[in-house]
Design a protein around this ligand. Structure first.
Ligand code: NAP
Length: 285
């Protein structure tokens, strides 16, 4: 059997690293895109066939360079699987009243335009494959409204719609697309550093800081208290069995501890009930 090939973005840390290591162990030829974090730990954990390449998804030139490097390395071989994993929560804290539009725009550059940019750049290589697949790593936060932290779920909601469009548009060409939504994996993104709390409250001018702090909790406290976390390795094992080995990929996979809860609330509770649930979770008065 010929060696199968995969390219992942954001593969130096967290879920991307876990998936890259799993695929490498399963005999795939892994091309791992990284951003600022050096991929040393990934290289150490993988076989010599691992190929790392710098790919900043928010930078058009970087994506173009990565696409050329990948094409060269593949030497005419197809790209069987693209995993758009990179994302950020940087600049995601703060209220809609005062959010810095430049920060919000930058978040979309990484979480929305980035995966679309990478998909456009690499589709010609994916089209060469007879088992063409694209996994868009979304988030079940799209089913939540997080006051003072809505920017990230908004970007992932937009990504979910983009994924649905890609899935239908690419189906006639035999390209399967799915949305993979991790629900609670222990990574830098779910560590909710103290700095993020400081950054969030710093987005409010002095006269609004007190009133907002009186009415709302820091969302990181609420989210971390409700998270039971899987390791990236455990998550990757489940994703490999359920998603990557599936003959036909479903439109959406929510995977992780208590993965059913958020989609169920979204599906079955009325908008008014959902709003009351989110207010109860995130409001302090
Ligand atoms: N962990 C969870 O429970 C959870 C829940 C829902 C969704 N997700 C999704 O899962 C995916 C992986 O997240 P994670 O939890 O593994 O967090 P993570 O370890 O922080 O991974 C995010 C990766 O994206 C990279 N990245 C950030 N900005 C980038 C840019 N401009 N260009 C290219 N790469 C960039 C980061 O690289 P640097 O560190 O070098 O910047 C990092 O390697 C994300 O799409 C996230 O939204 C995770």
């Amino acid at each position: 059997m010929t060696e199968r090939t995969v390219f992942l973005t954001g593969a130096a840390t967290g879920i991307g690293k876990g998936l890259a290591e799993k695929l490498d162990r399963e005999g795939w030829r892994v091309f791992a895109g990284y951003h600022k974090t050096p991929p040393d730990a990934l290289i150490e954990a993988c076989s010599p066939s691992l190929h790392v390449l710098e790919c900043t998804v928010s930078d058009r030139d970087s994506v173009t360079r990565a696409a050329f490097e990948l094409e060269d390395a593949l030497a005419g071989a197809p790209l069987d699987l693209l995993i758009n994993n990179a994302a950020t929560t940087k600049g995601a804290g703060g209220g809609m009243e005062t959010v810095d539009l430049e920060d919000f725009h930058q978040l979309f550059e990484v979480n929305f335009w980035g995966p679309l940019r990478v998909t456009q750049a690499l589709l010609p290589l994916v089209r060469r494959s007879s088992q063409r697949r694209i996994v868009m790593v979304g988030s079940p936060s799209q089913y939540l409204t997080i006051p003072l932290g809505a920017q990230y779920p908004i970007s992932k909601t937009a990504m979910a719609k983009m994924t649905e469009a890609l899935r239908i548009e690419l189906k006639p060409f035999g390209i399967q697309v799915t949305s993979l939504e991790p629900n609670g994996v222990k990574t830098p993104m779910t560590s909710f550093e103290q700095q993020e709390r400081i950054d969030l409250w710093a987005t409010f001018p002095e006269h609004l800081l007190g009133p907002y702090q009186r009415h709302f909790k820091y969302p990181g406290d609420v989210l971390s208290a409700s998270f039971e976390l899987w390791s990236p390795e455990r998550f990757a094992d489940v994703v490999y069995e359920k998603v990557i080995r599936a003959k036909h990929m479903k439109p959406r996979y929510v995977i992780g501890p208590k993965a059913w809860v958020l989609p169920a609330i979204h599906r079955w509770a009325s908008k008014a009930v959902q709003e009351r649930i989110f207010e109860k979770m995130f409001r302090s008065s």
